[in-house]
Each structure stands twice: as structure tokens, then as C-alpha cells.
Design a protein around this ligand. Structure first.
Ligand code: KG4
Ligand code: ZN
Length: 341
């Protein structure tokens, strides 16, 4: 079966073609709106929706061309139903359903986080169930026990900001351009450890939940104190050390919680996914766990169409007629009860 995957939940438009018989990705195209939103210091939802509308057709055409396929070769269209920005999701859902309707092909609704969670399997087919998944994206930080496709138990999550969100907010505070997460981690690599110390929130909470919003406040307090001393633009080495201290705090918490999850469940495989899984220091630290650790390829850490096509291919039994659709801006992966019209 040839699965066309469509991703449009936030600021990336992704399209991909996955051959489920050969278990092979044939082609993928991606457009990131990063530069457009950078001007505003964050994602502007209305601009995001409009840009998805503009990009979907050309990206799909190029994806088909690259795989040397025609529209009629597509067997089923998988698209992100949620969670994400309502308007952005609607753009992808409307396109996917209209195309499926015109081709008389079915659609599959995909949960964006399931796309992330399964993305390491695209390049590492040897991963076996069960595994613990650490999902660290801009919108979510969750630890999930994955016992099979669709069998997801939430073990713990951030009770406030997601790890990626904390990276982005701290980066903004330090004057880095949007989206700052990746840049902050580059500067952290130049910083000295232990020059500053930020709290490890909920490290000893006794459960697998996390909290990152207090960390941001701790950084603000320290930055304000340093600015009073050094002026608004802090010396480079101090900025690097701040980045390092912030990143070390986030990584320590993620590492400890994942270590407990592995210990508590007796599961010995870990899959790390979502935008923050691109972080080198996090990868290195998690590799020291007493577990087999898998990461997506860098190109599949952040939002993309390949993970949606792949997740869709795991749910071919859920293919349904393209006749009316809903999106689910808020949608729990482990409880499917809050989709909205
Ligand atoms: O999964 P993703 O593309 O979008 C969501 O579904 O949310 O993740 C984007 C997030 C952003 O917060 C971005 O700053 C963060 O991933 N990110 C990183 C790195 N690369 C991307 N955070 C830390 N270190 C990185 N290298
Ligand atoms: Zn994502």
C-alpha cells in the first residue's frame, strides 16, 4: 500500500510517501515556516495556516515526482488530525480529505505524537515492543510505556511547560532568535559546567511527572541579577555558561525520570523522540542508561511528513471514507476523548 502522509500541525508542512509493503520511505518534502515566524518571535497561527495552504499542493507534487509516482498510485492518505494549532490542522485535514475524495481513496487520521513516538522505527526497524518512549517536543514532555501499536500508557508528563517550550522561552530571554532551542544547545556546548546552578524541579517528587516553568523563572532571576552587574548585553562567556546550566538542569530531570520509568517497568528499551531529541547533550546522557536507546534520525526529530505516513501505515485498518472531517487541537495520545469539531 502506498501511504501519502500529510503533516501541518504547527509551523512545518511535511509530505511523504511510504510503501507499507516494502516498509520503505519513497520520498519526502518539507517546508519550514521558521524564517516567517522569526520576525514575530514565535508562531503566528493565522500566518501558519495560510502558509500551509500555499505549500501543500507544490510539496505533494514534488513528493510524487521524487518517487516517480502519480496521484492515482496513492492507496490511502494519512494526515495529522491533532494535537496542534486548529487552523494549521484544518489546512492539512481539508487538503488530505479533498484529495482523497477526488481520488476515491480512504483517509487515516493520525495522532501527531504517535508520529513522533514511532519515528525512530523508520530508521531502526529492529526496535521491539515493549519500550519506554520519552517524547520531548515543543508542546509535550511525556514518558509513555509502549507495549504495541496503539497500546500507550502515560507514566508521567510535564505538569506545566514542555521541555522544548522551556528551551525556546529561555533562549528568547537570552536574546536568541526564534526558535531558540537548537541555538541555545549550540551555545551550551561552549559553556562551562557548574558556573551557575539552576533547580531540578520535581526531581524527588516520587512520581514520573516533571515541571519546567520554575526553571525559566530561576533563569530570569539570575539574568536580571547579572544584567544589573554587567549591563543588558551579557558577556559571551556568561551567556554560554547560562545556557549550559539551563540545559544541564533539563537533562538531569529528564534522565532521572526516564531512569525511574525503566526501573519501575523493567523495560530495557528506550525510544526518544520529538524536537528536543535532536539535542546532542541529551542524547549523550541518555546513552549512558542501562538500556538500549534509540533516537530518530535528525531530520525526523522535528515535525515532518515521513512520521505521519509511517504512523498511518501502522493503522491501515483504520482507513475510512473521506466524508467530512474534524480536527483535534487538544488530543491526548493515551485517552482519545477530547477531539473537537
Ligand atoms: O517536535 P517539534 O518539531 O514540534 C512540536 O511538535 O512541538 O519540536 C520543536 C521543539 C522546539 O521547542 C525546539 O526549540 C526544540 O524542539 N528543539 C530543540 C533542539 N532542536 C529542536 N531543543 C533543544 N535542543 C535542540 N537541539
Ligand atoms: Zn511535533
Amino acid at each position: 500500500m502506498l501511504v501519502l502522509g500529510i503533516e501541518s500541525s504547527c509551523d512545518e508542512t511535511g509530505v511523504a510517501l511510504f510503501d507499507s509493503n516494502a516498509n520503505r520511505l519513497l520520498s519526502q518534502t518539507l517546508h519550514t515556516q521558521m524564517a516567517m515566524h522569526a520576525e514575530y518571535g514565535g508562531v503566528v497561527p493565522e500566518l501558519a495556516s495560510r502558509d500551509h495552504i500555499k505549500r501543500l499542493v507544490p510539496l505533494t507534487k514534488r513528493c510524487l515526482q521524487d518517487a516517480q509516482k502519480q496521484y492515482n498510485d496513492i492507496d490511502v492518505i494519512a494526515y495529522t488530525k491533532g494535537p496542534g494549532l486548529g487552523g494549521a490542522l484544518l489546512a492539512g485535514a481539508a487538503f488530505a480529505n479533498a484529495l482523497a475524495f477526488s481520488l476515491n481513496k480512504p483517509v487515516i487520521e493520525v495522532h501527531h505524537l504517535e508520529g513522533h513516538l514511532l519515528s525512530p522505527l523508520l530508521s531502526e526497524p529492529e526496535i521491539q515492543f515493549p519500550f519506554i518512549a520519552l517524547l520531548v517536543s515543543g508542546g509535550h514532555t511525556q514518558i509513555i510505556a509502549v507495549r504495541g501499536i496503539g497500546n500507550y500508557t502515560l507514566l508521567g508528563e510535564s505538569i506545566d511547560d514542555a521541555a522544548g517550550e522551556a528551551f525556546d522561552k529561555t533562549a528568547k530571554l537570552l536574546g536568541l532568535p526564534y526558535p531558540g532551542g537548537a541555538q541555545l544547545s549550540q551555545l551550551a556546548a561552549l559553556g562551562q559546567p557548574e558556573k551557575f546552578h539552576f533547580p531540578r524541579p520535581m526531581l524527588h517528587s516520587g512520581d514520573l511527572n516533571m515541571s519546567f516553568s520554575g526553571l525559566k523563572t530561576a533563569v530570569i532571576t539570575t539574568v536580571n541579577r547579572l544584567r544589573a552587574q554587567h549591563g543588558f548585553r551579557l558577556p559571551e562567556n556568561i551567556r554560554h555558561d547560562l545556557c549550559r546550566a539551563f540545559q544541564d538542569a533539563v537533562i538531569d530531570v529528564l534522565f532521572a525520570k526516564v531512569q525511574s520509568a525503566l526501573h519501575q517497568t523493567g523495560i530495557s528499551q528506550l525510544v526518544v523522540a520529538g524536537g528536543v531529541s535532536a539535542n546532542d547533550a541529551l542524547r549523550e546522557q541518555l546513552k549512558t542508561l542501562n538500556a538500549q536507546v534509540f533516537f530518530p534520525r535528525l531530520e525526523w526529530c522535528t515535525d515532518n511528513g515521513a512520521m505521519i505516513a509511517f504512523a498511518g501505515a501502522q493503522h491501515l485498518d483504520k482507513a475510512k471514507e473521506a466524508a467530512g472531517f474534524t480536527v483535534a487541537p487538544r488530543w491526548s495520545l493515551c485517552r482519545e476523548n477530547d477531539s473537537i469539531q
